[in-house]
Ligand binder design. Structure first.
Ligand code: C2O
Ligand code: CU
Length: 456
């Protein structure tokens, strides 16, 4: 049933590009925005933090006064947040308590192939598996989510998503907001039926902000760091504060930018992150500021300035330089398309995903330029996600990168008509098989994914 529903959805989109009517809460801004709990390690052994997490069905309160059946990490619709430190390894033992295979991918993580959640490398029902996360990369906002072959879209839709934050000491050194002033926020779309149960379909009319519909968040008159993630399987967001109040972008997928960038709009395609600082010192106590998704025209969050507080540190004028990118020695093409001649099939370079095929063989330690293309004739958008490493966007069809391409990226928007988005990536450290794919997970789950093998 899942397959045919997907097929219908993809066909529908291809034919008519429908936009569902956005809905709002019965009473907007009547529930507080929860902050996902930070998980504590069960043990620490010789400097490695060990965690245990269950992948399991749960009933959770998303809509006020109702419960909804979801898939969860540890019973929470937004999985618990893991906070890790540079150079301090984390091991997470996931136990699959669903009645079908699942696995876990650390999106943005530089990890060995056997801990990357390769689509065929699944945890069978009742089984456990330990993933090793060495945290040998710049501080960044990562997230973990399901990546089981053909099931990733539905699994993520049903709730298998959570934050994983790596800190490398820069935040403290730069005086960026920490603790209760450093807040991860996950945006995603969803569809409920009349009983408040999830309806897995392509058309979705509701946006969740940390798992609630149009919540409010109480702030003081000072700076906050918000780690914004789009965990939708396909929907993009254009986040605007009020009528275009200032925000300051400090980081993207792969960590801090070289310098803060003023923004009035934060554009996130599925899977992307941006971190912004908002300084509520500009607003008197009593001010209410609505964060809107300008794309769907829906308010998604209200900041209520409720107390006087002071900024104790200055906003830094520079952040962390990007690492040098070695000269590229190879160029490749990555072309996303659909074959809609029968049952819709997603393709990379004209072929659907085949876990037994290696599409690119890459030498470990090398640097490459990939040219990303969207050759769909029907005006279907895609995006591009690369596992194991981060890349920089060089240009888009000969024009400079977009604001949302700034910094180190692992996911970028590849709109309909994009002919040649050039990205440059370095492939350090690990060997083995990893995937790259369209992060519209309904597309990757029906084939828009390919395998690279990194060889010594
Ligand atoms: Cu966030 Cu291969 O996925
Ligand atoms: Cu796609």
């Amino acid at each position: 049933t899942t397959g045919s529903m997907l097929a219908a959805g993809v066909m529908h989109r291809a034919a008519a590009s429908p936009t569902a009517e956005p809905t709002t809460a019965d009473q907007p801004f009547s529930v507080p925005m929860p902050v996902p709990v930070t998980k504590r390690p069960t043990r620490t052994v010789r400097g490695t933090d060990l965690y245990r997490m269950a992948i399991k069905p749960a009933r959770v309160e998303i809509l006020p006064g109702k419960t909804t059946a979801v898939y969860s990490y540890d019973g929470q619709f937004l999985g618990p947040t893991i906070r890790a430190d540079l150079g301090r390894p984390v091991k997470v033992e996931f136990t699959n308590q669903l009645d079908h295979p699942a696995n876990v991918h650390l999106h943005g993580g530089h990890v060995a192939a056997d801990s990357d959640g390769f689509p065929m490398d699944v945890i069978e029902p009742g089984q456990s598996r330990t993933y090793n996360y060495p945290n040998l990369q710049r501080g960044a906002t990562l997230w973990y989510h399901d990546h089981a072959h053909h099931m990733e879209a539905e699994h993520v839709f049903r709730g298998l998503h959570g934050f994983y934050l790596i800190e490398d000491g820069s935040s403290a050194r730069l005086g960026l907001p920490t603790g209760a002033y450093d807040v991860p926020i996950m945006f995603r779309d969803v569809q409920f039926d009349e009983n408040g149960e999830l309806l897995y379909q392509i058309e979705r009319d509701t946006i969740l902000t940390n798992g609630k519909v149009q919540p409010f968040f109480r702030v003081g008159t000072r700076r906050y760091r918000f780690r914004l993630l789009n965990a939708s399987t396909e929907k993009g967001f254009d986040l605007v504060l009020g009528d275009g109040e200032p925000m300051t972008q400090i980081a993207s997928d792969g960590g801090l930018l070289p310098a803060p960038l003023p923004r009035t709009l934060v554009r996130l395609s599925a899977g992307e992150r941006q971190e912004v600082v908002i300084d509520f010192a500009r607003y008197p106590v009593g001010t209410q500021l609505v964060l809107n998704d300008a794309r769907s025209g829906v308010p998604v969050l209200r900041f209520d300035v409720v107390r006087q507080e002071a900024n104790r540190r200055r906003m830094p004028t520079t952040l962390v330089p990007l690492p040098p990118m070695p000269r590229a020695t190879r160029e490749r093409d990555v072309d996303f398309s659909f074959d809609l001649s029968g049952f819709p099939v997603g393709q990379v370079n004209g072929k659907p995903y085949d876990p037994d095929r290696v599409d690119f063989t890459i030498k470990r330690g090398s640097t490459e330029i990939w040219r990303i293309h969207n050759s769909d004739p029907d005006g279907i958008d895609h995006n591009f996600h690369l596992h194991m490493t981060h890349f920089r966007v060089l240009d888009r069809d000969g024009a400079p990168p977009l604001p949302e391409d700034a910094g180190l990226k692992d996911t970028i928007y590849v709109p309909a008509g994009a002919r040649n988005i050039r990205v440059q990536a370095h492939f350090p450290r690990y060997t083995g098989k990893y995937v790259f794919h369209c992060h519209f997970l309904e597309h990757s789950s029906i084939g828009m994914m390919a395998t690279m093998e990194i060889v010594p």
